[in-house]
Every structure is written in C-alpha cells, then in structure tokens.
Design a protein around this ligand. Structure first.
Ligand SMILES: Nc1ncnc2c1ncn2[C@@H]1O[C@H](COP(=O)(O)OP(=O)(O)OP(=O)(O)O)[C@@H](O)[C@H]1O
Length: 627
C-alpha cells in the first residue's frame, strides 16, 4: 500500500514542513442575519432562499453545511465566500473576519473556494497542476525554491507523492482516482496559503471510503494549520460526518441547527427527536427535515417546528452571544494580504500550461489535426491534378472555396476544447488568479503555432496535389490566407462560445454563422449580383470573403488557361478575354466574372486582421461583463 492509502500517517509525517500554511492571524469567521433574496422563477415575486443565517467558525475548525437537496447549502456557501449566491440574487447581512466586516477583495485574499466540479486539466501531472497553481497565485517575491518547496510539501501533505508524475486523467488515458482528484483539487488551491477554505460538496461522486479519505486529509490539514474549513456536504457516512467539528443544518433556507456536531444529537433529543440506536445521525437529521418525502404534510409541520425551536433555543441565544464576542475582536486580518502574482506574468504561465496540454492531450488538438489531415487528403484526391484548361477553371474555383470556407467551417471542432478552457478560467478567475485579459492573450498566442501547423500541413498536401499555381511564393501566399482564415474562424468560436457557454448552443451558433459567411463570401453568388441586403450588411464583414478573394487572386492573378480547340486555329472560350483569338483566357478575366480586383491583397489582410481583433475584443468584453 502506498502513502495515499494512509491518510493520517502521511499528514502527520509532513506537518512540520508546512509552516507557511499555518494560520496565526484569522481567529474567527462569523456571519449574522445573512439573507439571500431572488426573484421567484414562477411568480417573479421576491423570494428568500436563505433567511437569517447566523454562525461562526473558529480557527482549526471544520464546519459541515448539511441539508436535503435544494435546502440552500450552495447558496449559504457562496454567500459566505462573497460569491454570487444565486442567479440575480441580493445578499444582505454581515460577514466578519476577526470581528471585522470583509470586502470581496479581502475575502479573495483570505480564502479559497474549491468547486464541486473541479477544473483540473486532465493532461497535467499532479506536480504540474500544483506548480502552475503556485505560479499563477504566488507573488514574484516568493522565491522559486520556496515555491517548489510548497508544491512538494502540499503534494506530500495530501498523500500524493506516489502520483507526482501521474496525469490527472483524460477520457483516453486514465490517471488519478476520484478521491485523489479531489485531494489534488484542494491541494492546488492551498498553495496560496488561504486562511479560510470553502468546499462545495468535496465528496460528491465518491463512495463512502473515498469520502472519508478526502475528509480526513482536509480535517488534519485544517486542524494542524489552524485553518477554517467550511464545506457543503451531501449524505455523509457516520465516520465522514464525525470528521467535522460543527454542523449547520438547513431546510428551505432556514436554520434547523447550528453548533457542535457532538451536541446535535442531544439538542434534537431535547426538542423531542431522539435518534434511534445505530442510526447514522446525518441521515437522521436530513430525514427529519426532508420535505421532498412529505406525503401528508407531517414533515412540513415537523420542519417548521424544528426551525422555530432553533430560533428560540438556548443554543441559538448562546450563538448570538458568541457572535457579539467575536465582533468585539480586535486583531486585524489586513496584514495577511498575500501579494499575488504579477499580472504580466500570467499570460506567459497560461501559455506554458496550454502548451503542455496541447501536445499531450490528443482530444484537445490531436484529433483536430487528424481531421484536417483527412480533409486535406479528401480535397487533394477529389481535386486531383487540375490542369490549366478552361474545363478545370470551375473545379479550381470550387477547390479554392472548399479550401477556405470548409476549413473555417470545421473550426467548430474547437468549441469543446475552448469551453473546457473557459471553465478552468471561470474558476481561476473567481479565486482571483486569472483576469479576462490574460486569459484572452494566452488563448490567442497558444492558438497561433497550432493553426499555422494545420495551415501548412493542409497546404503541403492539397496545394501540390490539386496543382494550384506552382511557385514557392504562390504556395506560401496560399498558406498565409489559410492561416488567417483559421485564425479568424477560431476567433469566431472564441466569441460565440464566450457568449453561449452551452456546448450545443455554441456549436449550433458557430455552424450557423459559418454557413452564413459561406453563403455571402462571393463564391455561391458572385458579388456583382449578390442582393444588396446580404452584400452591404454581411459581405463586407465576412472574413471568408477576403480569404476567398485572396486565394482567387493568388491562383488567377498571374496564370493563363487554354480554351477548347474546336478545329485547326478555332477556339471555343468560356471566358471572354483579349487572348481568346490565340486560344487563351487570362486568369484576371476569370476574376472579373466574380468582381474580384487585383492588387488589393494588402487591404484584405488588414481587414482580416481587423475582423480577428474585433472578434477577440468582443469576446474579451463579454468575459469582462460576465462576472
Ligand atoms: N429564482 C429562483 N426562484 C425560485 N427558487 C430558486 C431560485 N433560485 C434558487 N432557488 C431555489 O433555492 C434553493 C437553494 O438552492 P441551492 O443550490 O443552494 O440548494 P442546495 O442545498 O445546494 O441543493 P443541492 O444539494 O441539490 O445542490 C433551491 O431549492 C432552488 O430551487
């Protein structure tokens, strides 16, 4: 058995090395009269989903927020962490650290929040995960040596030494177990040495043994480092429940009990609900107040009684007194503010992290490269060895359209990878580690080499197989257009997915937008006859239009094509040209049919760069507005 299977011993073993984690300044965290009001989904009237919540946790203690599904556990946890408690919610009440009211920024500096669905990156190893968390969060004043020491200490403290070089796990390659992932999620958040840890259902998806293992680690770290841990928890086993010091029992947003876990059984006995022998106390409390199971109104009446009993109880009054005492506290928490990482370094760190992800995660990039290579072979073999004869002019134009428009259409394959990155960003942003600007810069930079490689690979295969204008400069000009095309298409994905975070919606919207750009890019209906609405509203902002025009000029700007010879010296030419009499068609005469001018490539490149910048800027604004 490895150390991961001996939670207690492992934490014991490493405790002395975790001195930086020790909290010696935040002595208490308290809240009083917290209320969260939302607009009712059905009636639109104000609805309190959390009422009069009051409680306190001292350094070294671990609090469990327990209640049936929908009782308000996440709402309370979010409100305590100074996060949006629910959609469009108004939160009122006091949140105090050492008796002082705290602001959002102070809470960010003092605490960390581990979400239920942790945003671990599957292709990173355990050590890389904690290391990147350290780099993103630690100030440059923390030396590299110290940062590495913290990383290794945390990995050891959470019993993950044996897995240091193991990847978290991707759909293709298995990595850590569920319990190890949860421990890693918490460990990577502790690198900033927070004083208060919020955990949203840390045991969700784990069986009883793994839940106990995770809670044991967290408990030990909380106790030995004098931290404050607050976790919402769902159906804990008896042993897991006993890891907690305090219990906040909720039903319908109302407090049913707050106090020591060890005192809960006797409290409920006193108000008339004695726990039967050999019953899991957590299950017993939840069953008492779970109105979902109510058939005849008994549980509802009982819950009302329990909530009322709490309001008038001695324990509740004692809590108020304790809270008053805590508000008289004099020690300040302000001097704790940990300096954070410099923002200009953040994009570089994110790029490095994405780089590891991109070359390790087959799902993120490998599959897309394979798809583009498949498309290249498809196109190269369908449009095989086209000739400079007039009957090949239309297939050449079709190949140009396919090369540009269809390639950008396939950028929809980037939607899942971007949404995954967006989820990681959302959580890291909420913990104050990453800003929209650094995320956007890093996302743009990391995409460029990848898109260039795709453009090059695709072109190497198709350009020569299809026999486009054979010159090195024409080849690289084609690569440039394809590259700009893909950068614009990926920027569109970034914008649409930032607006619509739901996979199917983002996918459908991007596909629709690209379908629209295909229709108005000047190939299906030449610009000269495209109806004014589509032309003036959409054509000029269509990135595919400039790519199509650029590729057309690249092929037809300097090439001549032969007409069909019907008899000796007599030619039949499909495109009017001053060279028809000698059986030739100038490429520029083909361009004229599509109302495409030559010599404007520089302007088109400028417009394309402008469109890319526009998409990225809009995506950035969306992220800034979406707090
Ligand atoms: N706009 C709204 N209108 C009506 N009810 C709402 C609204 N917003 C939130 N709620 C309700 O508030 C309650 C609290 O939700 P919350 O997510 O905090 O519960 P929970 O105890 O964490 O649930 P779970 O264990 O299922 O995650 C839920 O019953 C939810 O339906």
């Amino acid at each position: 058995m490895n150390e991961a299977e001996h939670p207690g011993t492992d934490v014991e073993m490493n405790y002395t090395e975790n001195a930086y984690l020790v909290n010696d300044t935040v002595t208490s965290f308290a809240w009083s009269n917290l209320e969260v009001i939302v607009q009712d989904r059905n009636t639109r009237a104000p609805l309190a989903i959390l009422s009069n919540a009051t409680g306190n946790v001292c350094a070294g203690e671990m609090l469990a927020i327990l209640g049936p599904s929908g009782s308000g556990k996440t709402t309370l946890l979010n409100a305590l962490a100074h996060r949006a408690a629910a959609a469009n919610a108004t939160t009122t009440g006091n949140i105090l650290v050492n008796g002082h009211k705290v602001s959002l920024q102070d809470m960010r500096d003092l605490s960390t929040y581990v979400e239920q669905e942790d945003a671990l990156i599957g292709s990173l190893t355990v050590r890389e995960t904690v290391l990147f968390a350290a780099q993103l969060s630690l100030s440059h004043t923390v030396s590299r040596k110290e940062a590495f020491r913290r990383v290794d200490d945390l990995i050891a403290a959470f019993g993950l030494q044996a897995q240091t070089q193991t990847i978290v796990g991707t759909p293709i390659k298995k990595g850590l177990s569920g319990g190890q992932k949860k421990r890693l999620g918490v460990a990577s958040r502790l690198v900033t040495n927070p004083k208060i840890i919020f955990l949203d259902e840390p045991t969700s998806g784990l069986d009883a043994a793994l839940s106990l293992e995770v809670c044991t680690y967290i408990k030990e770290i909380t106790r030995k480092n004098n931290l404050i841990t607050i976790a919402s928890i769902h159906q804990p086993s008896s042993t897991t429940f006993q890891q907690f010091d305090k219990l906040y029992l909720l039903s319908g947003g109302q407090t049913c009990y707050f106090g020591r876990v060890t005192g809960a059984t006797s409290y409920f006995s006193r108000i008339g609900y004695t726990i039967p022998a050999e019953t899991n106390s957590a299950d017993f409390f939840i069953d008492l107040i779970n109105t979902d199971l109510d058939k005849n109104g008994d549980i509802c009446r009982r819950t009302i009684h329990i909530c009322e009993a709490w309001k008038t109880s001695l324990d509740s009054r004692e809590l108020d007194t304790a809270l008053q005492k805590s508000m008289e506290g004099t020690s300040s928490y302000r001097d704790l503010k940990a300096p954070r990482s410099l923002s200009w370094r953040t994009p570089i760190i994110l790029v490095r992290r994405s780089w590891i992800k991109s070359h390790r995660d087959v799902m993120a990039y490998g599959i897309r490269i394979a798809m583009y290579l498949g498309l290249a072979i498809l196109m190269g073999t369908v449009f095989l060895r086209l000739k400079t004869e007039q009957s090949y002019i239309q297939p050449l134009i079709n190949a140009i359209f396919f090369g540009g428009a269809f390639m950008s259409f396939m950028a929809v394959a980037y939607v899942p990878a971007f949404l995954e990155d967006l989820n990681t960003f959302r959580q890291e942003r909420a913990n104050g580690l990453v800003t929209p600007l650094s995320f956007m810069i890093a996302n743009f930079i990391i995409g460029l080499p990848f898109l260039f490689i795709i453009s090059l690979l695709f072109s190497v295969i198709t350009y020569w197989m299809s026999n486009f204008r054979p010159s090195a400069s024409a080849f690289f000009t084609w690569v440039l257009w394809l590259f700009l095309d893909l950068v614009a298409a990926e920027s569109l994905v970034v914008l649409v997915s930032s607006i619509f975070n739901i996979f199917v919606v983002a996918l459908a919207t991007t596909a629709f937008a690209n379908g629209l750009w295909m229709c108005v890019n000047g190939f299906l209906v030449p610009m000269g006859i495209l109806n004014p609405f589509w032309k003036y509203v959409f054509h000029y902002i269509d990135y595919q239009a400039y790519v199509f025009q650029g590729m057309m000029v690249n092929e037809f700007g300097r090439r001549k094509y032969s007409c069909d010879e019907i008899s000796d010296g007599q030619y039949q030419c499909n495109y009017p040209s001053d060279l028809n009499s000698i059986g030739k068609i100038r490429g520029t005469d083909v361009l004229r049919q599509f109302s495409i001018k030559t010599g404007e490539e520089g302007t088109w490149i400028g417009i394309l760069i402008g469109i890319v910048a526009g998409y990225r800027l809009l995506a950035y604004i969306v992220l800034v507005l979406r707090k």
